[in-house]
Ligand binder design. Structure first.
Ligand code: ADP
Ligand code: MG
Length: 714
């Protein structure tokens, strides 16, 4: 353990980031002041100071041992990308020198052609530009022996279209800020110049021993097991949850946290999760764009350290069938730059009014755009998780908890008059955080739950970047907030006093959004029925969810708020569909490979063993006086094995044909639907037979590591 572990974290927190402290030490005073202003205003850095900032940053990075820099960005594939350049350059007279110009800092030109653009870039103009997002600090990342200076950037095309996941998120943050300031002014809240959205991502993951991982082509190629029988002890006992963390894992966590602290990432809690070998890490929340960056870094750092410690990190949403999957709980809230959390019930009536209006705006946004929210978390992995028994369903509903339910009911039924402080106080809003926390902890089944002073969007997949869900949340909120403002303004215009206009708007919206509120068990059939009765979208798989992006009014929403242009929407749709189809194609091909090179040979060999054993027994039966019945029993055993093997061989042929057919289909949607409706169910059927065989075959003949080994051996 290094020395830093013995000194308080606060003394080295962020040491590997070019944060305020480093900037102040490295930059001329005027440059520092202007840069702070730029960051606060959420603007781009001006060319005038870029040179000085680049110089200071380079000196700082080199003193820590960095030799290279990279523009770190988030392509639409959902991960991060980087291309490293050395600081080294050669002067005109041949002298080697380290250089990093203002231009290199604020704008880079990566070889964009290898990143998907969804058709937005034709090859002759395959250029894409990365531009520094100064609100996210530059950092030094360990890789190999060296450190690299990473500059968080946005990635845009030559014509200014967003080629990344971050640009639309930043735009959505602007949109919701603008709408919210207008509403706050109407509510009489002054002095707010920016409304911010915050996120805190609780990250679930599995850790398994690398030796098992390296023997599973499915885990290596697809991130999940395509085959594997359930162990006798699954998670029935639930003894893992909050249990003691094994030492080897604890060391992994400590190393991860140490690295995260150096990167200025406030990792806060760590614990076991429900399934064996499943764990969680949660940071302190930050502004949404930073939280998304940091969550991506958390995943990256965990992957690296797992590898060093002899573990494989599994971030896939459902790596083991029949065992709990992993999610990413995206805690989300909205607040002012003056420090008010607009989702905090507070303890004064004035604050409560903002709270009520913004709370109802969330209900309104989520109700109106439930399908977009569902779309935002659609992925191959999440399809296995959503709607399965232990995960939020594909239906989006909102859980508020008993007390808030009562508050809203009281307002709806006219029992509240905002003009009399007393009545608002009688709602006991101050108790909401306390009571609600208890309640939400007990309703873990809700995909979107109010938890005291924030909402927790629990349906996000563990491997997904949080940028898209947050972008959608901000956008639907911008729209809902505007609608609330419009309604209040219209009422005032028609002669109503302000308080009555606010209360009347609240009442109308509480009634209108009732169908989205669901306090029951979201895993139950009752929820499925309720979804039908209430007309809530129930989009079962990724292609169904992605079709939402084809709807005109949804395209209009993103265009109206300047978050995505029509072209940008189409490119995202195209990329996500393609990734879905390619991903399942890879899964099917990996399964073919495993069946043909591992499972069928293993079973055949074992069948050979017991076949000859049976023949020998048959020959000896009379001389040893074995009854026909006893002989038959052994024959039946052999027969059962042979029959299952034959079925598996037939199914393998079927799978071959299905994979070929996929290639012949024309449109991406045809392919995606085929994957969801034909290929995946066939893979499930194949798996059932293979898993049955796994439990019949001599362990020493079975080459694949089993679930028992992966999940119960340390
Ligand atoms: P729990 O939800 O189990 O009560 P916490 O209150 O610690 O646990 O919150 C879990 C996650 O939510 C943490 O990542 C935390 O930083 C984040 N969080 C807390 N408050 C907010 C907020 N106002 N906005 C966004 N995220 C928040
Ligand atoms: Mg949680």
């Amino acid at each position: 353990m290094s020395i830093e572990n013995k000194i308080p974290v606060s003394t080295y927190f962020g040491a590997m980031t070019f944060d305020q402290k480093a900037m102040r030490a490295r930059l001329p005073k005027e440059v520092f002041t202007e840069l702070q202003g730029t960051i606060k205003a959420g603007k781009k850095i001006s060319e005038d100071i870029a040179g000085a900032v680049a110089h200071g940053m380079k000196e700082w990075a080199m003193e820590h041992g960095a030799t290279h820099y990279t523009h770190w960005f988030q392509p639409m594939t959902g991960s991060t990308a980087e291309k490293h350049d050395a600081f080294l350059s050669i002067d005109r007279d041949g002298t080697p020198i380290e250089r990093f110009s203002g231009e290199q800092l604020i704008q880079g030109e990566p070889d964009a052609s290898s990143f998907p653009s969804g058709g937005m870039r034709t090859t002759f103009e395959a250029r894409g530009y990365t531009a520094w997002d100064p609100s996210s600090p530059a950092f030094l990342m360990k890789g190999g022996k060296d450190l690299t200076l990473c500059i968080p950037t946005v990635f845009i095309s030559y014509h200014g279209e967003a080629l990344d996941a971050k640009t639309p998120l930043l735009r959505s943050m602007d949109a919701v800020s603008k709408s919210s300031i207008r509403l706050l002014e109407l509510l009489g809240v002054k002095g707010v110049s920016r409304v911010k959205t915050f996120a805190g991502c609780e990250q679930e993951y599995f850790l398994i021993d690398k030796k098992f991982y390296s023997e599973r082509p499915d885990l290596i190629m697809c991130g999940r097991t395509l085959l594997g029988a359930l162990p006798p002890k699954g998670q029935q006992l639930e003894d893992h949850y909050f249990g003691s963390i094994p030492d080897r894992v604890l060391e992994f966590m400590q190393d991860v946290e140490h690295e995260l602290y150096l990167l200025g990432i406030p990792a806060k809690t760590r614990h076991n999760e429900v399934a064996p070998h499943q764990f969680e890490i949660a940071p302190i929340f930050e502004e949404a764009n930073i939280a998304v960056d940091h969550n991506l870094l958390v995943m990256e750092v965990m992957r690296k350290i797992a590898d060093k410690k002899g573990f494989a990190l599994l971030l896939f949403e459902k790596p083991f069938a029949g065992i709990n999957g992993s999610g990413k709980h995206n805690n989300w809230s909205i607040g002012t730059d003056t420090g008010i959390n607009l989702l905090d019930p507070g303890d004064t009536p004035e604050k409560s009014v903002h709270f009520l209006v913004f709370l109802v705006a969330v209900l309104k946004g989520v109700y109106k755009r439930a399908d977009v929210l569902r779309m935002s978390i659609a992925s191959i992995g999440n399809d296995h998780r959503l709607g399965a028994n232990e995960a939020p369903p594909a239906v989006v509903t909102v859980f508020l908890g008993e007390l808030l339910e009562r508050v809203l009911d009281a307002i709806e039924s006219g029992k509240v008059d905002l003009k009399t402080e007393k009545q608002v106080l009688n709602l006991n809003l101050a108790q909401v955080p306390l009571v609600n926390k208890d309640y939400t902890d007990r309703n873990r089944t809700s995909p979107f739950a109010f938890t005291g002073n924030k909402f927790e969007f629990r349906a996000v997949g563990s491997s997904q970047a949080a940028s898209v869900p947050n972008m959608v949340l901000n956008t639907l909120m911008a729209e809902a907030v505007d609608d609330m403002s419009d309604s209040i303004q219209a009422k005032i215009k028609s002669g109503m006093d302000k308080d009555s206009a606010i209360l009347e708007t609240l009442r109308e919206e509480i009634t209108a959004t009732k169908p989205i509120r669901y306090q029951g068990d979201n895993y139950s059939d009752a929820l499925q029925q309720a979804a039908k009765d209430r007309g809530l979208p129930n989009l079962k798989n990724t292609p169904q969810a992605l079709r939402v992006l084809l709807k005109k009014d949804i395209q209009d929403l993103f265009v109206k708020y300047g978050v995505l242009s029509e072209q940008e929407i189409h490119s995202r749709l195209h990329i996500r569909l393609e990734r879905y189809v390619k991903g399942i194609d890879i899964e099917a091909r990996t399964l073919q490979l495993m069946l043909k090179t591992l499972v069928i040979p293993d079973v055949s060999e074992y069948q050979g063993d017991i076949g000859s054993s049976f023949n020998n027994l048959h020959a000896a039966a009379e001389s040893i006086g074995l009854s026909d019945k006893a002989l038959n029993s052994q024959g039946n055993n052999l027969k059962l094995l042979a029959e299952n093997l034959s079925t598996l061989i037939d199914l393998t042929v079927e799978l071959d044909e299905a994979v070929e057919k996929l290639e012949m289909l024309e449109t991406e949607f045809d392919k995606a639907d085929y994957c969801a409706d034909e290929l995946l169910p066939l893979m499930v059927t194949v798996r059932e037979v293979s898993d049955r065989l796994e439990l019949m075959v001599d362990r020493s003949r079975w080459q694949l590591p089993t679930y028992s080994e992966m999940l119960f051996e340390h």
